[in-house]
Design a binder for this molecule. Structure first.
Ligand code: 6PG
Length: 485
């Protein structure tokens, strides 16, 4: 059996796992044990990267024996049953104080369940969000570990050696997010915000393409220009790259030969499902998820193609002015998407008993992760200024930013509607903003309707209490107790 020399181990050596293992091995002070169910992968990794000094194991017994205590192993396998299989192999060999880390995109409910099942053994189970894709895993991801504070005493310093560094201050993009499933919950919300961000960028591209007739390469230049200002971010940067790409086979812009049917592995849907359960309106994120679903409804789209409506030929009068309007609408809608995402983090923390520091989350998202963006510094500043901020959008910086953009935002939503171009994320974000700031909402009428058909009762603006109108009687109002159904 090998000597217990490794301070960290990785199980699952597909690209993400291999890259994470290489990243760990490249950092001072780490000796990395590696194991993969099919040993060929392990041998390939060790052969291709002798400089890593991996401690290769071809069985779980060898892998566990090569770990120094407290044994710490990161599982990097496809979320789901595969994770449970690896967990049970490690739990049967680990001892109290050892640490099992799940680095996959697991559902946080599974992580809470797993942590509850494992913690009585004295072994720590840590669900960890790892963002940044294969490149991030190799060169520096943003890392969102949950689990016990005790486990973070060992795990944190190791993760800090591999995390991305924020450009502003060099701080490692990792923090102990909160207990049990908090890490995977925050990673889930990160992905939901990612969906919204991507959808907003796609709508901005579509509006400019259709409204000005500019080519993908010309629009790439516009995004590259935007990336030098407040919209600076990884997603804006890669959008310019994707739009510049020319298809080798046809010579056409690649974006024009890609089938317009978006996939999704599920984390965006989880964000919306949990937001519904938590009662948090994440309209921008939801519209982004639904836009992906709509895009893949091929039969419906073919059947609906002949439905009446504006069908192209739309040209804006002043292309430069419209492009600037779209830029402002994109920034305002992005602020709403992040504001809604942080609302869900606040609600999740309250529901599940986590002490999540919103400012810390914004800070560890400044580099390494897919939604990394300059304006995350502004979010961190806002929460530093007021940790109990009720909504990001009312923080002075964001209030002023949206105030300056909202006329452009409205012009873009109107133009899209009149041109018959779908802009669900732009439009729902504006509706959310107007809903949030409205003095009176038509929810009053909804309450009246509910009381009419279901005696669900209502409150009044002019006096405390709960009331019901006797709709089927003399329509007098009675004071009552809150409806139980
Ligand atoms: C990240 C990404 C990643 C995401 C995949 C698939 O943070 O590195 O969010 O975790 O799961 O990119 O995302 P889809 O849900 O769009 O398939």
């Amino acid at each position: 059996m090998p000597e217990a020399v490794a301070n960290i181990g990785v199980v699952g050596l597909a690209v993400m796992g291999s890259n994470l293992a290489r990243n760990l091995a490249s950092r001072e002070g780490n000796t990395v044990a590696v194991f993969n169910r099919s040993p060929e992968r392990t041998r390939t990794l060790v052969t291709e990267h002798p400089e890593a000094g991996f401690v290769a194991a071809e069985s779980y017994d060898e892998f566990v024996a090569s770990l120094a205590t407290p044994r710490t192993a990161i599982i990097m396998v496809q979320a789901g049953r595969g994770t449970d299989a690896v967990i049970s192999e490690l739990v049967s060999r680990f001892e109290p104080g050892d640490i099992i880390v799940d680095g996959g995109n697991a559902n946080f409910h599974d992580t809470i369940r797993r942590e509850g099942e494992i913690s009585p053994t004295g072994i720590h189970f840590v669900g960890t969000g790892i963002s940044g894709g294969e490149e991030g895993a190799l060169n520096g991801p943003s890392i969102m570990p949950g689990g016990t504070a005790e486990s973070y005493e060992t795990l944190g310093p190791i993760l800090e050696t591999i995390a991305a560094r924020a450009p502003e201050d060099g701080a490692p993009c990792v923090t102990h997010v909160g207990t049990d499933g908090a890490g995977h919950f925050v990673k889930m919300v990160h992905n939901g915000i990612e969906y919204a961000d991507m959808q907003l960028i796609a709508e901005a591209y579509d509006l400019i393409r259709q409204g000005t007739g500019k080519s993908p390469a010309e629009i790439a230049d516009i995004f590259a220009e935007w990336n030098t200002g407040e919209l600076e971010s990884y997603l804006i940067e890669i959008t310019a790259e994707v739009l510049r790409q020319v298809d080798a086979d046809t010579g056409a812009p690649l974006v024009d030969v890609i089938l317009d049917s978006a996939g999704a592995k599920g984390t965006g849907a989880w964000t919306v499902q949990n937001a519904l359960d938590l009662g948090v309106p994440v309209s921008g994120i939801a519209e982004a998820v639904f836009a992906r679903s709509l895009s893949s409804q091929r039969a419906q789209r073919e059947a609906a193609a002949s439905l009446p409506g504006p069908d192209g030929g739309w040209v804006v009068a002043d292309a430069d002015a419209f492009i600037e309007d779209v830029r402002q609408a994109l920034y305002a809608s992005k602020i709403i998407a992040y504001s809604q995402g942080f609302d869900e983090i606040i609600a999740g923390a309250a529901q599940f008993g986590w002490d999540v520091k919103k400012g810390d989350i914004a800070r560890i998202w400044r580099a390494g992760c897919i939604i990394r963006a300059r304006f995350l510094n502004r979010i961190a500043d806002a929460y530093a200024e007021d940790p109990e901020l009720v909504a990001l959008v009312v923080a002075p910086y964001f209030r002023d930013a949206v105030a300056g953009a909202q006329q452009a935002w409205r012009r873009v939503v109107v133009a899209a509607a009149q041109a018959g171009i779908p802009a669900p994320a732009f439009a729902s974000s504006l509706a959310y903003y107007d809903g949030l700031r409205a003095e009176r909402l038509p929810a009053a009428l909804v309450q009246g309707q509910r009381d009419f058909f279901g005696a669900h009762t209502y409150q009044r603006v002019d006096k405390p209490g709960v009331f019901h109108t006797l709709w089927s009687g003399d329509r007098s109002e009675i004071e009552t107790t809150p409806s139980s159904h």
